[in-house]
Design a protein around this ligand. Sequence first.
Ligand code: HEM
Length: 214
Amino acid sequence: MSIEATTIAAPSRPVEATHPDGTIHPVWLRVTHWVNALAVLMMIGSGWQIYDASPLFRFAFPSAITLGGWLAGALLWHFAAMWLLVVNGLVYLTLGLASGRFRRKLLPIRPSQVLADMRAALSGRLSHDDLSVYNAVQRLLYLGVILCGVVIVLSGLSIWKPVQLRELVSLFGGYDVARYVHFFAMAAIVGFIAIHVTMAFLVPKSLRAMIIGR
Ligand code: HEM
């Protein structure tokens, strides 16, 4: 049996998944995606340098993969990139909700479909033919990382302004807990990036579509 015949089709194509001119990803999505990627890399690199000044665990990040050179330099990078991340993230969330893209592309997520697509992916049978439809594993990962983005910003605000934002801090269960939440949200985002970038290079036409739109 041919590979084509055994691939599992992505969930049925939602209405208006592709623009009539063939564009899969609108310009606003591509711009906010790449600005976000840049902001996230700056946040992570500088965040690791800040962590090294007062580690939560018995390890430190090698200075070669950190940004800022020393604590004060890293804080400057972190607070500068923070504005880029938050403003760009708000634009992405607003347009994603207002345009109905999130509803069309990221929902619904059915656990049975996630399991089926995960099994198909691990056995190399998951189809990537139709780039306009995300499979259930992608939907779960994308919604998950968006949620991690919200959590990392809120926990970051808590440890940046703990006095002014004491209600937010208590929502996390205190300053120390907010610090751990901030760290684990970073770890989840780094895990996502490792899988996400690997997949982007394994399916190069998806990378092309995120650059030129189709
Ligand atoms: C240099 C690193 C990155 C590369 C090469 C990359 C590549 C891609 C590609 C090719 C897609 C489209 C997937 C598809 O059509 O199947 C995509 C979508 C997406 N990426 Fe990335 N990405 C990168 C960094 C990031 C980062 C850092 C995040 C978040 C922390 C992120 C979050 C997302 C999300 C949420 C989507 C879905 C967007 C939507 O449809 O609303 N990406 N990425």
